[in-house]
Design a protein around this ligand. Structure first.
Ligand code: ADP
Ligand code: MG
Length: 698
């Protein structure tokens, strides 16, 4: 039996392999590119390509691909063979530095939101040497960015790399002011905790809604759901255990640090948490993780559901984005330090995050917006659609002391002039108790909890990095001008807390009264749906910030808004079509068949005993007939709405129509269908019920 350390990262062209396979000179040059972002010269690229190909072929690879993340949210790849014909009729395996650095997929069918006119349909992919190449199946995958020839980013990686760059630049300005002359880079790190459902393939195949939309569109509440809370951290079933073991092995081979796995609150729901890494690697790894979770499931006769809300009335799936920033030497900038000087620095970075979250609530909200995630946010299982921050009582007390210029804890502690006392250590127990906050401080990092399980984490981290970079830029501009650093720092921290106090909320975020307080008293934003929030991507303050920092161009922003809204509309339209179809061709006929047999049974009984009342049958026939009429009528209304939205003038109007005309009628159609399910004999019902699906895995 090989041990994990034998095969961990065995399919990754990582630092160990590079060091072993490249000459010292080539290695040093590549390392400089990776660490400092210097340009890679073609001689080095050729040597790296050669070594990469030899290594990949030795590991069974026959093809290579530039692996990238188009705006659809999935990953894309186009495979090319290494094979080239040799003069003697045999083949040789070839791969050049040029092919490593740049590729030209014919990507004209990826969404570009108008960025790529058809006459320049081709975009190109460019190697991101900060993310290691890896082997998947028989293919060497090279992580790349994807751009149009005009230089517009057509993917999620490019703006993510740009946002990391601006965050680093602005954070370094602050560190210099605190006398740190050695840090070369500041890096944002992420550990995304991934939730998912596992069901059997057998059940999945029988549900058109799951197959077409990833979620169930019908289904009455099962007799047993999650009310006993017996699934959370419960014993893992043998099939699931075998799946998790296999999954871990596949992830470990790819150098993905999957660490903990446990059951979640809902039946059939589980979670996987990786050890954190640099934001862009964490993003690549999370995309790969989602892909491999689904592949491994198929091998076990299972289906892994990544939809945010596969089952109504049962907890949905999210993805907690644990985020922090650290220097290249490993100093966590969100960790209170040992010395007063470090503490002042910590408080300033903390204030940068507080200001960022308050100023750009809308960007954070829309960075997690999808049709699927709209079902979770605010549904008493996930944070509400209102953004607020949880800091915990201790840290809040410190901030209040600074804000009011009063000593912390009444003592002479914490005058917040540099050279004062050490802050208390915030241990996890006191900071992590609040699970209802969208954005919680957890000791040395923030946990952004609004992401949906199927979201790419790129968008959320682009916005987070950019918004924090913007706060730091404003802080640095001010402090660099100051002649009395300590006083200016003190005033800046105090004024920032005063100005952004409204975003801090340590109470229960699931409480209805919080939403009232947040929106009416504090003036916080509450964008309930994707259609509500997405247009604000182009609000002037957002465009100004994102373009001035160089994270997006205005055209890139416009294209992203359009693509996200198109995605929203398409997803809901497919759901609505699926509902109409299932209601008309499966549910109504099943009810009719059952009603007809019940009526026949009553007639047969009457033949034998003429004076019998047949109250049971009469009642069933009456109730089910009313329901089936209602189903037919609502299906017609939904059908008409589907026709109506085709008249929308633009994507903003269309998304509003989807929100106002489709989604409410879909809920109305579902009600009589679910009621009928509870009255119809099981053998007549055309697909598995919630109980069948949720408890299908042994
Ligand atoms: P748990 O919640 O399992 O008790 P943690 O809170 O330590 O443990 O970790 C939760 C997630 O946060 C993990 O994915 C972990 O890798 C990640 N994490 C821990 N530290 C950091 C950090 N400095 N930056 C980003 N993510 C982190
Ligand atoms: Mg956690």
């Amino acid at each position: 039996m090989s041990t994990v350390s034998d095969y961990f990262g065995s399919l990754v062209f990582d630092d160990r392999v590079m060091r072993a396979e490249l000459s010292a000179k080539v290695y040093a040059s590549l390392r400089k590119t990776i660490d400092e972002g210097t340009e890679l010269d073609i001689g080095v690229a050729n040597a790296v390509a050669q070594a990469m190909k030899d290594w990949a072929v030795a590991h069974g690879a026959t093809h290579f691909t530039h692996w990238f993340q188009p705006l659809t949210g999935i990953t894309a790849e186009k495979h090319d063979g290494f094979i080239s014909p040799a003069p003697n009729g045999s083949v040789i395996m070839e791969f050049s530095g040029k092919e490593l650095i740049k590729g030209e997929p014919d990507a004209s069918s990826f969404p570009s939101g108008g960025l790529r006119a058809t006459f320049e349909a081709r975009g190109y992919t460019a190697w991101d040497p900060t993310s290691y190449a890896f082997i998947k199946g028989k293919t060497l995958c090279i992580p790349t960015a994807f751009c149009s020839y005009g230089g517009h980013a057509l993917d999620k990686k490019t703006p993510l790399l740009r946002s990391m760059e601006v965050l680093s630049r602005q954070a370094l300005r602050i560190l210099r002011l605190f006398g740190n002359d050695t840090a070369k880079r500041v890096v944002s790190s992420v550990g995304p905790e991934q939730e998912y459902f596992l069901i059997t393939k057998e059940m999945y195949d029988k549900r058109p809604d799951l197959r077409f939309t990833g979620r169930t569109l019908f289904g009455a509440k099962p007799p047993k759901g999650q009310e006993l809370d017996d699934h959370y951290f419960g014993v893992i079933k043998p099939t699931v255990a075998a799946y998790m073991e296999d999954l871990n092995e596949e992830l470990w081979k790819l150098g993905i640090l999957a660490k903990t796995e446990h059951n979640e609150v809902a039946p059939a729901q589980h979670e996987l948490a990786p050890i954190y890494s640099t934001t862009n690697i964490a993003t690549d790894h999370n995309q790969l993780t989602m892909e491999i979770m689904q592949k491994v499931a198929a091998k076990h006769g299972l289906v892994c559901l990544l939809h945010e809300k596969p089952f109504a009335g049962v907890n949905g799936s999210g993805k907690h984005n644990n985020w922090s920033i650290a220097t290249d030497s490993g100093q966590n900038l969100l960790s209170p330090g040992e010395t007063p000087y470090e503490n002042a620095q910590f408080l300033l970075f903390l204030c940068a995050v507080i200001k960022a979250v308050d100023d750009y609530q809308d960007l954070l909200r829309l960075s997690v917006a999808t049709a699927g995630n709209d079902h979770r946010l605010g549904a008493n299982e996930a944070p509400p659609a209102v953004i607020s921050m949880f800091l915990g009582d201790e840290l809040d007390a410190v901030l209040r002391a600074i804000e009011t210029d009063t000593p912390y804890h009444g003592a002479e502690h914490m005058q917040m002039k540099l050279g004062v006392d050490v802050l208390p250590k915030f241990n996890r127990d006191t900071t992590d108790r609040n699970r209802t906050s969208p954005f919680a401080f957890t000791g040395n990092k923030f946990e952004f909890r609004m992401l949906g399980s199927s979201n790419s984490i790129a968008c959320a981290n682009i916005m987070l990095n950019s918004a924090v970079a913007e706060s730091l830029r404003i802080f640095a501009d001010e402090l660099e001008q100051s002649t009395d650093f300590e006083t200016s720092l003190h005033d800046l921290i105090r004024d920032t807390i005063r100005a952004h106090r409204r975003i801090i909320f340590n109470g229960n975020g699931y409480d209805e009264s919080w939403i009232r307080e947040a929106t009416q008293k504090r003036g916080l934003l509450n964008y309930r749906t994707t259609a509500d929030c997405m247009p604000h991507l182009l609000d002037e303050k957002n465009v100004t910030m994102l373009t001035a920092l160089g994270v997006f161009t205005i055209d890139e922003l416009r294209s992203r808004r359009d693509i996200m809204l198109e995605n929203y509309c398409k997803s809901v339209v497919i759901e609505a079509n699926t509902m109409v179809d299932m209601a008309r061709t499966q549910i109504a006929p099943a009810i009719e068949a059952y009603v007809s047999d019940v009526a026949k049974a009553a007639a047969a009984k009457k033949k034998v005993v003429p004076e019998i009342k047949c109250g049971y049958e009469a009642g069933l026939v009456r109730k089910l007939s009313v329901l089936v009429d209602e189903i037919a009528q609502k299906a017609d209304v939904l059908d008409e709405a589907l026709v109506k939205i085709r008249d929308a003038e633009d994507i903003i109007e269309e998304s509003a129509m989807v929100r106002d005309l489709l989604l409410p009628v879909m809920c109305e159609l579902r009600v009589p269908c679910d009621q009928a399910e509870t009255m119809t004999a099981k053998s007549y019902w055309p697909f598995p019920t919630y109980g069948d699906i949720l408890f299908s895995v042994k």
